[in-house]
Ligand binder design. Structure first.
Ligand SMILES: C[S@@+](CC[C@H](N)C(=O)[O-])C[C@H]1O[C@@H](n2cnc3c(N)ncnc32)[C@H](O)[C@@H]1O
Length: 208
């Protein structure tokens, strides 16, 4: 099943499922806000049902939040209407097809996304181009490549055959950090975490 079909099919269920570890999620939200200001123009890639974008909205100027799944975007728009939040524009767009002006964002978020893309390196390079000098890229990435002998390596292909898991890349954290550096980013924060937790990294495009 392709990614769009998978996420459209699972959007309602995703919207209802609780955050896996709320304490870690809150920690990541707070850390992200250290890099946002009331003047920030933010892009979120793979925003899902919009929870994170709607959380940050009151603290920034504008957020464009995008996702491959129309169903995810519909749920996110409904949540924004119900919360009376008007500075988030939810748009259906894939990372691959997204077009925006170069150097137009102060911050770009990709949370639980990069390992789901066919070409994570192309995404990192695209993000670099879309950020203003000094802008930050906030990522949280499941690094399945570091869990070499875990049962996920058997379970995921079986679940994919049954349409119960999306296409994924078995990324290693070290490779992710190397590709961020290769694109030109400076690492400004990384959350120490067990291999079973997502790698939360804040990278910055140099100011000049
Ligand atoms: C695991 S969910 C994460 C959602 C949200 N960022 C969060 O942390 O809760 C992954 C999201 O990425 C979206 N997605 C997957 N592939 C994508 C692509 N190529 N372009 C844009 N969004 C994509 C899915 O539709 C889904 O909403």
């Amino acid at each position: 099943m392709d990614a769009q079909k998978f996420w459209d099919k699972n959007a309602e269920r995703y919207a209802k499922s609780p955050v896996r570890d709320d304490q870690i999620y809150q920690e990541k939200l707070s850390k992200t806000q250290e890099y946002l200001t009331t003047g920030s123009v933010v892009l979120e890639l793979g925003c899902g049902t919009g929870t994170t974008a709607l959380h940050h909205a009151p603290r920034v100027k504008q957020i464009i939040a995008t996702d491959i799944s129309n169903n995810m975007i519909e749920i996110a728009r409904k949540k924004a209407r119900e919360a009376g939040i008007e500075n988030v524009e939810f748009k259906q767009a894939t990372v691959e097809d997204l077009s925006a002006e170069s150097a137009s964002f102060d911050a770009i978020l990709a949370l639980n996304l990069i390992h789901l893309l066919d070409d994570p390196v192309a995404c990192i390079r695209k993000v670099y181009g879309l950020l203003k000098p000094g802008g930050v890229f906030v990522t949280s990435t499941v690094c399945l490549g570091d869990r070499l002998f875990s049962f996920w390596h058997i379970l995921i292909p079986a679940m994919q055959l049954l349409g119960k898991a999306p296409p994924v890349q078995y990324i290693k954290r070290a490779k992710l950090e190397k590709e961020l550096a290769n694109a030109g980013f400076l690492e400004v924060f990384t959350r120490p975490a067990a291999k079973s937790e997502a790698a939360f990294i804040v990278s910055q495009k140099p100011s000049s």
